[in-house]
Unconditional design. Structure first.
Length: 197
C-alpha cells in the first residue's frame, strides 16, 4: 500500500532528471555540414538537419508510432520543438464537449521566422491549399479571411505558447479533419488527425 506513493515519487524524480535544461552543446550544431543543405533549396526554411537526430534538441518524447494527445476535460496540450515536430499525431475530442481548447507550446529556441509553429484545423482536403495560400502571409502563414480555416492559433517561436478554443460542432461532421502547422515546409511533418468520439 505504501509503495505506490514512493514509486510515483521515484518516477517523478526520474522524469524530472530526464528533462534537463538544454545542454550547452545543443547549440553547437555542425554548421559546416548544414550550410550546403540550406543553399540547395531556397523554398525550404533553413533547418539544422542534425537537430532531428539530436536527443538533446528533442526533450519531449516523440514516438514514431501514432500517439494520441492527452485530453483532459475539453482541452489538450500539444508540444512542438525545433525539430519540426508535434508530440502527437491524433486528437480525439470527447463527444460531450461543446467547445475544445488546444494549448500549443514550443519548447525549442529557434525564432518564429526560422521555426514558427501554429495549429490550424481544417478538412484534410483543404490543407495543401491553405498552406500554399498562406505561404506569403507572414508571420501567421494563413491567408487573411481564409474560410477553409476552421480554427487556428497564433504562430509562435521557441519558448512561446498560445491556445485556441473552437466550437466542436464545426468538426463533428463533414470530415476527415486534420490539425497541422501552416509554416512553409512544415506540413509534411507536422499534422495529425482530429476527430470527435
Ligand atoms: Cu511548424
Amino acid at each position: 500500500m505504501n509503495a505506490l506513493p514512493l514509486l510515483a515519487g521515484a518516477i517523478a524524480l526520474a522524469l524530472s532528471a530526464c528533462s534537463p535544461s538544454p545542454a550547452p552543446d545543443s547549440t553547437t550544431a555542425p554548421a559546416a555540414d548544414t550550410a550546403p543543405l540550406a543553399t540547395d533549396d531556397a523554398s525550404e526554411p533553413a533547418l539544422d538537419a542534425g537537430a532531428i537526430d539530436d536527443p538533446v534538441a528533442t526533450p519531449v518524447p516523440m514516438d514514431a508510432d501514432s500517439r494520441a494527445a492527452d485530453v483532459a476535460g475539453c482541452a489538450t496540450i500539444l508540444t512542438s520543438n525545433d525539430a519540426m515536430q508535434f508530440d502527437a499525431d491524433a486528437i480525439v475530442i470527447p463527444a460531450s464537449c461543446a467547445s475544445f481548447t488546444i494549448h500549443l507550446t514550443h519548447v525549442g529556441t529557434l525564432p518564429i521566422g526560422a521555426m514558427g509553429h501554429n495549429v490550424v484545423i481544417a478538412r484534410a482536403a483543404d490543407m495543401p491549399a491553405i498552406v500554399a495560400d498562406g505561404m506569403a502571409a507572414t508571420p501567421r502563414h494563413i491567408k487573411p479571411g481564409d474560410t477553409r480555416v476552421i480554427a487556428h492559433t497564433d504562430m509562435i517561436g521557441g519558448g512561446g505558447s498560445t491556445s485556441v478554443t473552437f466550437d466542436v460542432a464545426l468538426v463533428r461532421e463533414g470530415g476527415p479533419y486534420r490539425f497541422f502547422c501552416s509554416f512553409p515546409g512544415h506540413l509534411a511533418r507536422m499534422q495529425g488527425s482530429l476527430q470527435v468520439q
